[in-house]
Write a protein that binds this ligand. Structure first.
Ligand SMILES: [Zn+2]
Length: 76
């Protein structure tokens, strides 16, 4: 399948880091999905989107407490 974003890359199975934004927090979730080899645009299946939504809810009600991999800094 050709990528609908760049129209030249091939979409192939890949592991990507999906980013969820929850308030001011961001969560990176490694998911096995398909992504464009050219521009990196990820294509999520319905199941993967459901999984990401579940992670979002679990995080929001503190059912999971993932480790932190960095800090977001702001220059104003
Ligand atoms: Zn692409």
């Amino acid at each position: 399948m050709k990528c609908v974003i760049c129209k030249t890359g091939e979409v192939q199975p890949a592991t990507v880091q999906a980013e969820l934004k929850i308030g001011r927090d961001r969560i990176l979730v490694s998911v096995r999905t398909e992504a464009c080899q050219q521009c990196g645009e990820p294509y999520y299946s319905a199941e993967t989107l459901q999984y990401l939504e579940r992670v979002r809810e679990d995080f929001a009600r503190k059912a999971i407490t993932p480790g932190s991999v960095g800090t977001v800094y702001q220059v104003s």
